[in-house]
Design a protein around this ligand. Structure first.
Ligand SMILES: [Zn+2]
Length: 55
């Protein structure tokens, strides 16, 4: 059995996270985008939500 979950306790701040749900690219593909001149990341699950303006 493979263990995909990473142990808790060590939060890597340099890791990209979805701006909506906070998931990392380790769990779900992230798409890079630019928002107000800043680099942001959003996962493929939250991207449709942003497109539809649900926030
Ligand atoms: Zn997300």
């Amino acid at each position: 059995m493979e263990k995909t979950e990473q142990p808790k306790g060590k939060a890597e701040e340099s890791q990209s996270r979805c701006l909506s749900c906070g998931v990392t690219s380790a769990s779900r593909p992230l798409v890079q985008l630019e928002f107000r001149g800043e680099e942001r990341w959003v996962c493929v699950r939250c991207l449709p939500i942003l497109i539809h303006g649900g926030g």
